[in-house]
Design a binder for this molecule. Structure first.
Ligand SMILES: Nc1nc2c(ncn2[C@@H]2O[C@H](COP(=O)(O)OP(=O)(O)OP(=O)(O)O)[C@@H](O)[C@H]2O)c(=O)[nH]1
Ligand SMILES: [Mg+2]
Length: 475
């Protein structure tokens, strides 16, 4: 559901250069699948939305077509008067709508057939099929949303975990927009002072270069902090790929099952059971993970197993984090050590000692103590250590303490924020070399422009098209 209250007043700077699109667009705004979803919504936006609604919808009794009131009735094929579906119609007249245009939503029955038919009728009545993201693009062009809010809507739709959804909501509330706008305005203040000196140095009081430098450095530090925070948020939104690796029979598949809380992978006491990669999607403490179970790594003549082991190496190389499992009852061996050395530098690694229950019950075949470099000790059989493992894994991935995290940046936003920070570094370099004022302004202007591209205040049509093309149809 879109918030229906009037949005913030249009902000100067964006939207004005591009004329609002004149046509009326339509799309199915909800996910559709045969047999699923009790309600589906066909959404129309544009000057003809109400007229098209009146052509295809017959309200029961004497209900008035008032804005922001729900009408009950039927969608009817105007060419045959056939009743196509029983439906509700919601009319939202401009500007109090998501796009700030006239919007009509037809809430019809879910599934596939009725809603498709309703869409065909509104298209036949004069609407045009909306392109991906076109509703949001209109909302942006009409000043209803800045670009960060529009992109946060996508993040909300695609959020795979509670924390990612919370960050998306903060973005929809304008958290990122406010932070970027504040920084951009601070830079604009400095730019104005500098440019005034370039043109009218002799008419103005002397400029305190040290104060300008201090301010630029402060904004740069804030941008760098924002990029770091945003990277954490990005990992949270996109999720982590975690590979479970180890020698055969140490309990990798059992651990996958334990963490997924279901019987996903085949477990036997036969070393070499898992032959192929097996993925399981789960959410751990609000963080989405893709766990990858792998074939136990050892030297073997079995060609099938060898292929599986090759894939294990591939999974190890592609992972964002690695759980290296070993059997506590057998102790840490040279083979385990060799596996540890395969984990690429910089990839978070957790050495997990499994089968703790065997030690406790004295069934350890080697009589070995839980030696070895275990970061955490678990029993995939009893579930002991699950929580500790989850907490430590997230901590090693920099996602342990998320209390201060307030923004998530997507790749576009991150590149622009990092680019602005780099431009400020160049500007500070010019200052350090005591170059004339206009040398300071070149990169400073670049930084201002990049921040404006994040919010959409300075952005070309080509960039906009690319941004909105990532949206789904009906959004
Ligand atoms: N006692 C005990 N047995 C376990 C534990 N975890 C796994 N096992 C047993 O160890 C055997 C191997 O478990 P798997 O999960 O198939 O091991 P794997 O590492 O996936 O083995 P491969 O796929 O062959 O590499 C099975 O008999 C499991 O029941 C544990 O915590 N305690
Ligand atoms: Mg296995």
């Amino acid at each position: 559901m879109e918030p229906q209250a009037e949005g913030p007043a249009p902000q100067s700077g964006f939207g004005e250069a591009l004329p609002p699109a004149g046509s009326t667009i339509a799309a199915i705004a909800t996910a559709v699948a045969a047999g699923e979803g009790s309600v589906a919504i066909v959404r129309l936006s544009g000057p003809e939305a109400e007229a098209i609604g009146r052509q295809v919808f017959v309200a029961a009794g004497r209900q008035a077509w008032d804005s922001h009131r729900v009408l009950y009735g039927h969608v009817v094929d105007p060419s045959s008067d056939e009743r196509v579906d029983e439906a509700l119609l919601l009319l939202m007249r401009a500007p109090r709508s998501f796009t700030r245009e006239d919007v009509v939503e037809l809430h019809c029955h879910g599934g596939l057939e009725a809603v498709r038919r309703v869409l065909e009728l509104v298209l036949a009545a004069g609407a045009r099929r909306a392109a991906a993201g076109e509703f949001s693009q209109r909302a942006f062009l009409n000043g209803r949303l800045d670009l960060t809010r529009a992109e946060a809507v996508v993040a909300m739709i695609t959020a795979r975990g509670r924390r990612a959804a919370q960050l998306a909501m903060a973005g929809i509330d304008g958290g990122l927009q406010r932070r970027i706008t504040t920084l951009r305005e601070r830079l604009l203040d400095q730019l104005a002072e500098l440019e005034a000196r370039v043109d009218f140095e002799e008419d103005l009081p002397p400029l305190d270069g040290a104060a300008v430098v201090a301010e630029l450095a402060a904004v740069r530090a804030e941008l760098e902090a924002l990029v770091a925070e945003g990277q954490q948020g990005e990992r949270l939104s996109e999720g982590l790929r975690v590979a479970i690796v180890g020698r055969p029979n140490v309990g990798k598949s059992s651990l996958l099952n334990l963490l997924s809380r279901r019987d996903r992978a085949i477990v036997t006491d036969w070393p070499g059971t898992t032959r192929d990669l097996l993925e399981s999607e789960l959410v751990l403490d609000g963080v989405p993970l893709t766990l990858v179970d792998t074939a136990g790594i050892r030297t073997t003549e079995d060609p099938l197993e060898r292929l599986g082991i090759e894939r294990s190496h591939g999974a190890l190389a592609a992972a964002d984090a690695v759980l290296l499992l070993y059997d506590l009852s057998l102790g840490w061996s040279g083979d385990d050590e060799a596996l540890r050395r395969l984990v690429p530098d910089g990839v978070p690694l957790l050495v997990v000692g499994n089968k703790a229950d065997l030690l406790e019950s004295g069934e350890s075949s080697s009589g070995a103590a839980p030696e070895g470099p275990a970061d955490v000790v678990i029993s995939a059989r009893s579930g002991e250590g699950r929580e500790a493992l989850a907490a430590l894994l997230l901590q090693r991935c920099g996602l342990g303490d998320l209390t201060g995290l307030q923004v998530s940046l997507n790749a576009r936003q991150r590149d622009l924020a990092a680019g602005a920070a780099a431009a400020l570094a160049a500007s500070l370099e010019a200052a350090q070399q005591q170059l004339p004022w206009d040398f300071w302004t070149i990169d400073l202007r670049g930084a201002v422009r990049q921040l404006g591209e994040i919010t959409g205040e300075e952005v070309s049509e080509a960039v906009l098209d690319r941004v909105f093309a990532r949206f789904c149809i009906g959004k």
